[in-house]
Design a protein around this ligand. Structure first.
Ligand code: FES
Ligand code: CO
Length: 328
């Protein structure tokens, strides 16, 4: 038997959004992911994301500028190409050899769904799917970005949780007359989890009293969650949260809405409804301690049926090193 080298998967082995596409421009800017400062900028070749550190004297590369696809450090003018190789050191004579160690750390960077995605280490999964974004049958838009003082795991678990509706979102997503949560079958998929509920929504926007909405959830490990609401006449609304682990206690959230109905109506109607819900959730989630989601199921208290999705989610997160990804 041959010994297979195993390595621990960390959050750095996944793609995460760092910004909206329009926030990454030719002028380099600093962003943050997993506690790591990132310098991102745009050239003709697309977006680049470097560790925000010049190897010469540790200056932030985001203080520099871009010319002809290369980033120049603001301190002594070293220039790095898109691969991170240093190609010019102005203080050396022309033609002098540039040390091979003179490199910036270049991360993988891609644009998808109007966001810039970065993977700090070799990704173990693709960027999460979001088929409605490109589906002409759907009108999809980025409804909001939020910054919450909590971990990405807490923000996603809250989105997956239904037993809080009658309390946090009374009159909008639930009522105190109907608090019991039905059993659901949480299935593991290639990308994460799926499960669904059928429930009445007391709001008029999605269904109205007496009408049952089917809620299909699809988690893309670790921090993307889609919720597809389907009402009996076939109208579908997909509500998507993509949370980015900025640091252990800070999360940047990208919130999308896609609908196959009422496409001529104002997006603001859907945005305002979601903003209200999310503001109700924010107060709760930012109060949770510890801010980091416990992935050991012996911590906190789990109810088998109402918390089925949260239990499955914490198992998934428990297999990923949550701490190791955050840089000191
Ligand atoms: Fe960047 Fe000197 S610190 S060139
Ligand atoms: Co909520």
């Amino acid at each position: 038997m041959s010994a297979t080298a195993t390595r621990t998967t960390t959050l750095a082995n996944y793609w995460h959004p760092i910004a909206r596409s329009e926030d990454v421009v030719e002028q380099p800017k600093q962003f943050e992911l997993l506690g790591e400062k990132i310098c991102a900028f745009r050239t003709e070749a697309g977006v680049s994301a470097f560790k925000d550190l010049c190897i010469h004297r540790g200056t932030a590369l985001s203080l520099g500028w871009v010319t002809e696809g290369r980033i120049t450090c603001a301190y002594h003018g070293w220039q790095y190409d898109q691969t991170g190789a240093c190609v010019t050191i102005p203080s050396l004579p022309k033609g002098a050899t540039i040390p091979a160690k003179a490199r910036a750390v270049a991360y993988r960077a891609e644009e998808r769904y109007g966001l810039v995605w970065v993977a700090l280490s070799d990704p173990v999964a693709p960027i999460p799917a979001f088929p409605e974004w490109d589906d002409p049958g759907f009108r999809a838009f980025l409804s909001a970005t939020y910054v919450w003082k909590s971990s990405a795991g807490r923000t996603v678990e809250n989105f997956m949780d239904v037993s809080h509706f009658p309390f946090v979102h009374e009159g909008l997503l639930g009522t105190r007359e109907q608090t019991e949560v039905a059993a659901t079958n949480v299935l593991e998929t290639e990308h994460g989890l799926t499960y669904y509920y059928e429930q009445e929504e007391p709001n008029e926007l999605y269904s109205g009293p007496g009408q049952v909405t089917r809620w299909d959830y699809a988690l893309y490990t670790p921090f993307t969650i889609h919720l597809r609401k389907t009402i009996p006449n076939g109208e579908q609304t997909v509500i998507t949260l993509m949370s980015a682990p900025t640091s252990p206690k800070l999360t940047h959230m990208y919130f999308f809405i896609a609908r196959n109905h009422h496409q001529e109506d104002e997006d603001a109607t859907w945005k305002e409804f979601s903003d209200k819900i999310m503001e109700q959730d924010r107060a709760i989630v930012e109060s949770q301690r510890p801010e980091e989601i416990p992935t050991d199921l012996r911590e906190e208290l789990h109810l088998k049926v109402p918390d089925a999705s949260g239990i499955a989610y914490r198992r998934i997160l428990g297999a990923i090193d949550q701490v190791g990804a955050f840089m000191p």
